[in-house]
Design a protein around this ligand. Structure first.
Ligand SMILES: NC(=O)c1ccc[n+]([C@@H]2O[C@H](COP(=O)([O-])OP(=O)(O)OC[C@H]3O[C@@H](n4cnc5c(N)ncnc54)[C@H](OP(=O)(O)O)[C@@H]3O)[C@@H](O)[C@H]2O)c1
Length: 314
């Protein structure tokens, strides 16, 4: 089969399309013939750094195969798998954190991390509704309730565009940020208010926010503290540890800071499948690349300007 091998950390040229053996299945896994792959900022962030690669993939061995988000067709089932049959169309985020080995024709995936793709949903849309959608679901569930005023930074991005839709479904009022070119997109997703971060400082116009989903970090995380009401919460996706001064500022304001790392989950994939089936969640794939151009998909995500999701097709 074909797969992109990364022999050492570096630029996109280090992702080398190679011919290798198909994976050997464990008893609890299914072999998925990959039809679409979604690319995330994490793929792009770990690619250039050996330390980051080793930390997220849990191995210092090289080469590695990057990627976690797939949709495809079940080609084989492991001896202990009862939930899936050959021919089923499935999607999921495989072994995150760890080795998903998604940039390949065939992926061995634990059956309990997958769900069946609802009828009428394309492989591209299914592949898009994996890591980013799981993140939005796992962050918002239990933290946002009806009536809350929620601020979602980068509402036009992969996580943000799912988070706006989910927070609205939960009965929250949603304020979101992006540049002006994505204003209409964010409002069409259900956002009640939009702030163009280039024109307006959100911290000067917002207050009384119950919950912030921060996909940006840095000053945006710090300035978010002052718009949250006492007792409210901020979840930061890019910031995994909070400096003492930042924590002190949050403590003084009575605001809880939290980092959440998305986890593979078949249960949550089934929840997303339900939302896709009902039409309450709609992925937006703004750009697709053929498998041979996967390096270009990395450059697209690296731009930081992707609207919704970027997907690679096989
Ligand atoms: N901890 C976890 O488990 C986890 C999971 C998923 C993602 N993440 C992290 O969360 C972050 C977001 O991920 P993503 O997939 O949503 O990224 P993404 O899809 O690449 O986000 C792109 C979007 O960000 C917007 N943006 C750029 N600068 C902005 C700013 N200053 N203010 C507001 N919006 C801005 C862009 O809109 P404009 O072009 O209009 O500016 C664009 O639509 C990344 O750092 C990622 O690594 C962490």
């Amino acid at each position: 089969m074909k797969a992109y091998l990364l022999n050492k950390a570096g630029g996109v040229e280090n992702l080398v399309l190679s011919e290798i053996e198909k994976p050997i299945l464990k008893a609890d896994e299914v072999l998925v013939e990959t039809k679409a792959i979604s690319i995330n900022p994490v793929d792009v962030k770990v690619r250039p750094y050996e330390e980051a690669l080793s930390m997220i993939l849990g191995t210092e061995e090289r080469p590695v195969i990057l990627g976690w988000d797939i949709s495809g067709i079940v080609a084989e089932v492991g001896a202990d798998v009862t939930d899936f049959n050959v021919g089923d169309k499935v999607f999921g985020m495989v072994n995150f954190v760890g080795q998903g080995k998604a940039y390949a024709d065939y992926v061995a995936a634990p059956a309990d991390q997958l769900a069946v793709i609802p009828e009428g949903i394309s492989f591209e849309d299914a592949a898009a509704t994996t890591l980013a959608a799981l993140t939005a679901l796992q962050v918002l569930t239990g933290r946002v309730k009806a009536g809350d005023r929620v601020l979602i930074h980068a509402g036009s991005g992969g996580v943000g565009h799912f988070a706006i839709q989910m927070a609205k479904s939960m009965g929250a009022t949603v304020v979101t940020t992006s540049s002006s070119k994505n204003r209409d997109f964010c409002l069409a997703l259900g956002a009640d208010e939009h702030i163009d971060y280039r024109e307006q400082k959100f911290e000067e116009v917002l207050s009384d926010i119950d919950f912030v989903l921060d996909g940006m970090g840095g000053d945006i995380l710090e300035n978010s503290i002052q718009v949250v009401k006492s007792g409210g919460k901020i979840v930061s996706l890019p910031t995994h540890s909070f400096e003492a001064a930042l924590q002190a500022k949050a403590d003084a304001a009575g605001v809880a800071l939290e980092f959440v790392m998305v986890q593979s989950s078949g249960g949550d994939m089934n929840t997303l499948a339900g939302m896709l089936k009902e039409g309450t969640l709609k992925p937006h794939v703004s750009v697709t690349f053929p498998f041979e151009k996967l390096q270009d998909a990395h450059l697209q995500i690296e731009s930081g300007r992707t609207v919704g999701k970027a997907v690679v097709t096989l």
